[in-house]
Design a protein around this ligand. Structure first.
Ligand SMILES: Cc1cc2nc3c(=O)[nH]c(=O)nc-3n(C[C@H](O)[C@H](O)[C@H](O)COP(=O)(O)OP(=O)(O)OC[C@H]3O[C@@H](n4cnc5c(N)ncnc54)[C@H](O)[C@@H]3O)c2cc1C
Ligand code: SF4
Length: 564
């Protein structure tokens, strides 16, 4: 090996430094594996690079609203609820990262060290066996090659380190985890919970399961993180390390082992397959500052660029053995894309708690576990949904009032409101896919991604059921002036896109095996949303973390045995 090649050679390469890449890197480094993390965006250092974290609204030139021109220039990213004058530096600018929407798809991205883990919403429920077995029981997608028991210890592993708060509720559809104490329900939420539990036998509203350090353990203090202060300013980055992100937790931990190298400004172009060796030997990057093409080599490659970019990289990894993309003999790479359905919400006004308030700004929402299509199909659609519940006090933007009246009303706490919003499963379908453009390239010469993903009749039926059920539950709870809303938002805005490189038992119908290795190239692991066989109804990121940790341990073992 020449000196130049040696300097570019590691044991493992992880592509992407977000939620899943951070976990892959942490585990590999803990296991003594020399690891290179390649990240297309700039570096972000915990605390130092959170420029708005402690600012008041009056310290922003536009009181945290983006000017119209910025919104016009960024029609996709500005739709994200977390995007604003206080957070825009963590989101991509639309014009700089073009893609082609064959059907409307709002692709929400954060290109930096830490990825979207800096601005994510932090909801973290476990999947249950209902979800792992649903495709096989109801005949959609393909059967998952694992069940809950396979991943449960890895959920525990990542929960303990990341710090997830929640209760032990003993529900079949929402397995308990290794949780820190939960946030309390507000008085209004506690009342809604009581009334729902009294009225329905099958509906369970539980305290929030969220990645916040409500009561840090030693392992969290060892990461340099502290207790969450309930400020609800998380998407700006938290100087207390109160919530989990790669930059506050996994990456600095990995760095301390001495085994981690992070290379920012490195957009991965493709994975290099050596036809003679019959395996992958490294990756090709473009330095985003110099546009120089550089190669790095390793025994094992982890793809953690987030679902769509992982699909893009694999589709762009062409060799004479794999002319249609790495590991893609069956032609299914990029297909069976799915996402979660966030279209439905219901809200109303609450009376009777005018003498009560809440402590701090709770950054979390309670949850009603899925109650649809568990043991059998009991609706006219497939899949289930999780329901988030919220309550708050104060004026709403639609409340009337102007001038002195408005000023006067702002001196009071205002009325209580309560509502629910959905997180629904969508069914993976072959025609929902992404592919590479044959003629359009991005600024680094990489083919642009074409998204062709849409809703179907099943999704519409689920939204309708959600709206009916939630309006009824709020009515049961005594909520007034109930309004239902279907936003008809485009897929993508849920930011829970999944699939394209799914796991399965059979190489003819799936790309990855039960360890997240490509069936046809076992030194490549995919442990982000691309690996998902179906979407389930839980917030997915904690599952990507568990997959990444499990696969990294598998890869380290396989390296020791000389199998990869
Ligand atoms: C506002 C918001 C709220 C959310 N709320 C929740 C929630 O409550 N619960 C939940 O489970 N999930 C939530 N999510 C989704 C969650 O953020 C993602 O599921 C998660 O970040 C995915 O992890 P990842 O590692 O796959 O991708 P990311 O965290 O996005 O990391 C991918 C990294 O790869 C880098 N990259 C991409 N392409 C390349 C390339 N070619 N070369 C090199 N590097 C590359 C990116 O720059 C990025 O740093 C939310 C997201 C947002 C934005
Ligand atoms: S709510 Fe907690 S995690 Fe969020 S910014 Fe405040 S202290 Fe940090």
């Amino acid at each position: 090996m020449s000196k130049g090649t040696e300097q570019h050679t590691y044991d493992a390469i992880v592509i992407g430094s977000g939620i899943s890449g951070g976990w892959a890197a942490k585990e590999l480094c803990d296991l003594g594996v020399k690891t290179l993390v390649l990240e297309r965006g700039r570096n972000i250092e915990h605390i130092k690079d959170y420029p708005t974290a402690t600012k008041g609204p009056w310290e922003f030139p536009h009181r945290m609203q983006e000017p119209l021109q910025v919104i016009k220039d960024n029609p996709v990213i500005s739709k994200c609820y977390a995007y604003g004058e206080d957070t825009h530096h963590f989101f991509v600018k639309d014009a700089e990262h073009p893609y082609i929407q064959e059907k409307p798809f709002d692709w929400i991205r954060g290109y930096q060290v830490g990825g979207k883990s800096i601005m994510w919403g932090r909801a973290c429920q476990r999947w249950s066996d209902f979800e792992f077995s649903a495709p096989q029981r109801y005949g959609y997608a393909v059967d998952w090659p694992i069940r809950y028991a396979d991943i449960a210890p890895w959920y525990s592993h990542v929960e303990k380190f990341s710090g997830i708060c929640g209760d032990k509720d003993g529900l079949e559809a929402l397995p308990d985890g290794d949780y820190l104490p939960p946030f309390d329900l507000s008085c209004v939420e506690a009342d809604i919970q009581k009334k729902i539990h009294a009225h329905y036998k099958d509906r369970f509203m539980v305290k929030t399961r969220w990645a916040h350090l409500t009561k840090p353990n030693q392992i969290h203090l060892d990461q340099g993180r502290g207790q969450c202060q309930a400020r609800d300013l998380c998407t700006r980055g938290c100087p207390f390390g109160g919530y989990f992100s790669s930059v506050s937790s996994t990456l600095p931990w990995a760095k301390k082992t001495g085994n981690l190298t992070i290379r920012p400004f490195s957009v991965v172009h493709s994975v290099i397959y050596d036809d003679k060796k019959g395996k992958v030997t490294g990756v090709r990057i473009i330095d985003t500052n110099t546009k120089e093409e550089i190669e790095y080599y390793a025994k094992v490659i982890f793809l953690n660029a987030a679902c769509l970019n992982t699909n893009l990289i694999l589709l762009n990894s062409i060799s004479s053995r794999f002319p249609n993309g790495l590991g893609n003999d069956n032609g299914l790479l990029g297909k069976f894309m799915a996402f979660q359905n966030y279209r439905g919400s219901v809200h109303g006004r609450v009376e009777g708690y005018e003498d009560k308030y809440y402590y701090g700004r709770n950054p979390t929402n309670p949850i009603i576990a899925n109650y649809r299509n568990l043991h059998k199909q009991d609706t006219n659609y497939l899949g289930g949904f999780l329901t988030f519940v919220y309550s708050n006090r104060g004026r709403q933007y639609w409340d009337p009032g102007i001038g002195a009246d408005l000023k006067e009303s702002l001196s009071e706490s205002g009325p209580w409101h309560a509502g629910m919003y959905m997180q629904g499963e969508t069914i993976p379908k072959e025609h929902n896919h992404v592919r590479l453009s044959k003629d359009k390239k991005d600024p680094w010469g990489i083919p642009q991604l074409i998204t062709s993903v849409g809703y179907d009749d099943n999704d519409d039926k689920m939204v309708e059921d959600f709206l009916t059920q939630c309006a009824e539950m709020l009515e049961v709870a005594g909520v007034k002036d109930i309004e239902k809303r279907d936003t008809h938002q485009a897929p993508g805005l849920d930011i829970h896109e999944m699939g394209g490189c799914r796991m399965g038992n059979d190489p003819k119908t799936s790309l990855l095996n039960k360890w997240n290795q490509l069936h046809l190239c076992n030194n490549v692991y995919v442990t982000d949303g691309a690996c998902m066989t179906s979407t389930g109804n839980q917030s997915p990121s904690i599952l990507y973390m568990a997959f990444a940790a499990r696969a990294a341990n598998h890869a380290a073992e396989e390296m020791k045995k000389g199998n990869v």
